[in-house]
Design a protein around this ligand. Structure first.
Ligand code: TPP
Length: 196
């Protein structure tokens, strides 16, 4: 299974869910294969995609929130799993694409290429619903459950890389504004953080 298969499968089922996509390829491919106002494309803040999704899920318990994370990014901030388990928002579906690499920075091998098991780590953190998928049929079944049944969910999806994703030419501020409107009810960012 390749990244784009996962992105397409999620986009096809997302409905009115809010989606937060990890910096790099997940964001690029979600924009290419499923752009909509309810998508937030992370541009930096490696490791925080899941934390942003957790905050959103807590702020908007009436909306399903999908996180499209990278394994390197999740490894950088494992504490978020314990926090998600403790806060336990039922509407959070945290999907991590496991390629065993830092694809975005040139394919450096990381711990998930070896012994580290993110699903086991999530179980140990106390996440209520943990699932794994390594092919499209399994992914479809897991997504159908995770998008309907209460979580929080952590879904670890094993992917094979087939090469670099194309970076779309998008404006992060416009994406932020559009996303905040889609996630209506959010407080606007303080003016001092606006770009001059
Ligand atoms: C704190 C921090 N360290 C390093 C980087 C550089 N960096 C950007 S993307 C990336 C790799 C992301 O890996 P992963 O989450 O596994 O996603 P993939 O690129 O494999 O889809 C790195 C190391 C960064 N942006 N921020």
């Amino acid at each position: 299974m390749e990244r784009q298969d996962v992105i397409r499968a999620v986009a096809a089922r997302a409905g009115d869910a809010l989606i937060v996509a990890n910096l790099g390829s997940n964001a690029y491919d979600l924009h290419t294969h499923g752009h909509r106002p309810g998508n937030l494309y992370m541009r930096g803040a490696m490791g925080l995609t899941g934390s942003v999704g957790l905050g959103l899920a807590m702020a908007r318990p009436d909306r399903r929130v999908i996180v499209l994370d990278g394994d390197g990014s999740l490894l950088m901030n494992l504490g978020q799993l314990a926090t998600a388990a403790a806060e336990a928002p039922a509407n959070l579906v945290h999907i991590v694409l496991v390629n065993g690499l830092w694809q975005e920075t040139g394919g450096q091998r990381i711990a998930t290429a070896g012994r580290a098991d993110l699903a086991a780590i999530a179980r140990g953190a106390g996440i209520a619903e943990v699932a794994e998928a390594a092919d499209l049929d399994a992914l479809s079944r897991v997504l159908d459950r995770a998008l309907a049944a209460p979580g929080p969910w952590l879904v670890a999806v094993r992917i094979q890389e087939r090469g670099a994703s194309q970076a779309p030419n998008t404006d992060p501020m416009a994406n932020r504004d559009e996303f905040m409107r889609a996630a209506e009810g959010f407080v606007a960012v303080a003016p001092q953080y606006e770009r001059a």
